[in-house]
Design a binder for this molecule. Structure first.
Ligand code: GLC
Ligand code: CA
Length: 560
């Protein structure tokens, strides 16, 4: 059993723009995070991952970095950051920051030099190509829609995997790589405990820049096969680790789409590039695999559980995983994983939230809680596309309209998956704007804040917030910590399609987690010694039959 601090940690993800506004300008900020450290301590988390706060024109809410060494004024100052780091240390909370290394903002000084002067040494920090007449170098589609190529001045263009305001950095250039390493070391020296690495599997491109058969009405083709996890990327990732966080026991969690399970060892094995990666196989179950604009696929709880266990068992074979339901790119989990009729039933809210929480929190890996998930925040209805902020939602809307869909229908499509669902301000209380700000919030506050808010739930023993606290306590309890953190995972009760269940085993301790992700009732034969957690008041066990009756959306954790 190889004990490492980040395996034992519980992480909380903060989207700074929407967490807490300390100066009432309508935008969350770093001082706001410092103010809420007692809240995070009460919840019981050990690590906080903060999404980008660097100087940025905010075309993609900070994932377009204009200066990696500066704090954007909307979030505060470097002094605020130092103060946060210092205060967090007192609370014994570690800070992870987001590293955006695949691209910078088009307003970064490197890019400004590169685009204004083709002989600048910064030109080679990016991917510029000569245009052959009108023809673009390739027909690849960017993640947010449209070509990956943007015309610059005379007969030139540059590449962007994401928005055109996010030009890709040229990792083939050793000078660029050294600059990035220096910057990462600057932050390590400041005392951050590690990093979340944004879109890291995109950094290597197929150097032949081939044109491919198109796969959409726009005449373009998804770029996965030429820009994701390309041969040779390991050389860059190894060097990155060696020259930066590899010198200490830092925690690194990579956003790493496109890594097949057979290759996990290179990423998260003993000598892997990262501590853990986010696997999207189950959180993106509802997305059509070809990246088209309409998101809904038909999926069942059975598909979900198969995807979860495939992921868990593949990761268990080689290394460590990151567990999550939500993040700043996902809709709220209750809305994603359950049917509308159940979501609309307020009586069920607590059960829906707590059954999902139990389901993922005790899997094998380090759990991440996304802000607001712990109080069951929900998707937010927006009445027009103009109310949205997210670049990808706006792009999706346009693509839907181009495909002949009515604006009303298109809005419905956007609503399901918009990243703004997870980005509306944190709901702290039932005061105006959910207690997030006294100013005008930068993005609409979900109107349900009067019912769903931190203040209500902290004072209610039976709230989802209190349930999350219990889950964290269980994970950290002397009796069960080792089995929950280090125990092996094995799927259980496979024959029940709507139940996700598994056991965790270490030496002679075994716990079984059973979660009913449906409104059906099940009678399940099982024997146990102790019930250590459940989301109903009691558990319905028939001693003579040795059978548990699992009610709608019930979750139980049993010790064998
Ligand atoms: C990642 C981030 C997302 C961002 C994108 C481009 O997927 O999570 O929010 O838009 O990278 O940086
Ligand atoms: Ca503010």
């Amino acid at each position: 059993m190889n004990r490492i601090w980040w395996k034992e940690a519980v992480v909380y993800q903060i989207y700074p723009k929407s967490f807490y506004d300390s100066n009432n300008d309508g935008i969350g900020d770093i001082k706001g995070i410092t103010k809420k450290l007692p809240y995070l301590k009460d919840l019981g988390v050990d690590v906080v991952w903060i999404c980008p706060f660097y100087k940025s024109p905010m075309k993609d809410n900070g994932y377009d970095v204009a200066d990696y060494y500066a704090i954007d004024p909307m979030f505060g100052t470097m002094d605020d950051m130092d103060e946060l780091l210092e205060n967090a240390r007192e609370y014994n909370i570690k800070i992870l920051i987001d590293l955006v290394l695949n691209h910078s903002s088009s307003e970064h000084k490197w890019f400004q030099e590169a685009i204004s002067d083709s002989s600048s040494s910064y030109r080679d920090y990016y991917i510029f190509k000569n245009l052959d007449g009108e023809k673009l170098p390739t027909n690849w589609r960017s993640i947010f829609g449209g070509s990956v190529w943007e015309r610059s001045e005379d007969n030139n263009c540059y590449m962007h995997v994401f928005d055109k305001s996010q030009p890709d950095l040229n990792w083939e250039n050793p000078k660029l790589r050294e600059e990035l390493y220096e910057m990462i070391n600057y932050w390590l020296d400041k005392g951050v405990a590690g990093f979340r690495l944004d879109a890291i599997t995109f950094i290597k491109k197929d150097q032949n820049y081939p044109c491919l058969p198109t796969d959409g009405e726009d005449g373009l083709v998804g770029l996965g096969s030429v820009c994701l996890n390309q041969k040779g990327i390991g050389v860059f990732l190894k060097e990155l680790k060696e020259k930066t966080y590899g010198r200490m026991e830092a925690m690194t969690v990579a956003e790493a789409p496109g890594v097949p399970y057979e290759q996990l060892d290179e990423y998260i094995g003993d000598d892997g590039h990262f501590s853990m990666i986010f696997d999207f196989s189950y959180s993106d179950l509802d997305l059509s695999p070809d990246g088209n604009w309409y998101p809904q696929t038909d999926w069942s709880v059975k598909d979900l559980k198969e995807a979860i266990f495939h992921s868990q068992l593949s990761i268990q074979d080689v290394g460590w995983g990151a567990l999550y339901l939500e993040n700043h790119d996902q809709p709220r989990s209750i809305d994603k994983y359950f049917r509308d009729e159940d979501c609309n039933n307020k009586e069920l809210s607590f059960y829906l939230g707590s059954v999902l929480a139990t389901m993922y929190f005790l899997l094998r890996g380090t759990p991440f809680i996304y802000q607001g998930e712990e109080i069951g925040m929900r998707n937010c209805p927006f009445s027009s596309i103009d109310e949205y902020n997210d670049v990808s939602s706006k792009d999706q809307f346009e693509r839907a309209i181009c495909a002949g869909i009515t604006p009303e229908e298109a809005l419905k499509v956007v609503y399901r998956r918009s990243r703004d669902n997870g980005r509306t301000p944190m709901q702290w209380s039932d005061c105006e704007n959910g207690g997030f700000t006294h100013g005008k919030p930068w993005l609409k506050v979900n109107p349900n804040y009067r019912e769903i808010n931190v203040k209500n739930q902290i004072n209610d023993e039976n709230s989802l917030y209190q349930y999350y606290k219990k889950l964290i306590k269980l994970r950290k309890s002397i009796s069960y910590k080792d089995v929950i953190v280090y125990g092996a995972i094995e799927p259980a009760l496979k024959e029940y399609d709507n139940i996700v269940a598994y056991s965790r085993k270490l030496n002679d301790i075994e716990i079984t987690v059973i979660t009913n992700l449906s409104s059906k009732q099940y009678n399940i034969p099982i024997e146990y010694k102790e019930n250590v957690l459940s989301n109903y008041m009691d558990i319905d066990y028939n001693q003579s039959k040795k059978e548990i009756t699992l009610r709608p959306y019930e979750a139980v954790v049993l010790v064998k």
